[in-house]
Design a protein around this ligand. Structure first.
Ligand SMILES: [Zn+2]
Length: 60
């Protein structure tokens, strides 16, 4: 949704604004792919850990 419109052709190592490379026709992709899954598998545990740390006496 808030994804950059700038795309990148892996074959040509070139940037493009199109979903397909204007020079080789290969499908382009975002130059900075999402590092984390939107599912956030460990988010539950991370939040639990943070809540625990916040509740711990003497913490922060
Ligand atoms: Zn290309």
């Amino acid at each position: 949704m808030n994804e950059s419109i700038l795309r990148f052709c892996l074959a040509c190592q070139r940037y493009s604004l199109d979903v397909s490379c204007p020079s080789c026709g290969a499908s382009t992709r975002s130059p900075h792919p999402a590092r984390f899954s939107p599912q956030d598998r460990w988010g539950k545990y991370r939040r639990a850990l943070m809540a625990e740390a916040r509740a711990a006496p003497g913490g922060a």
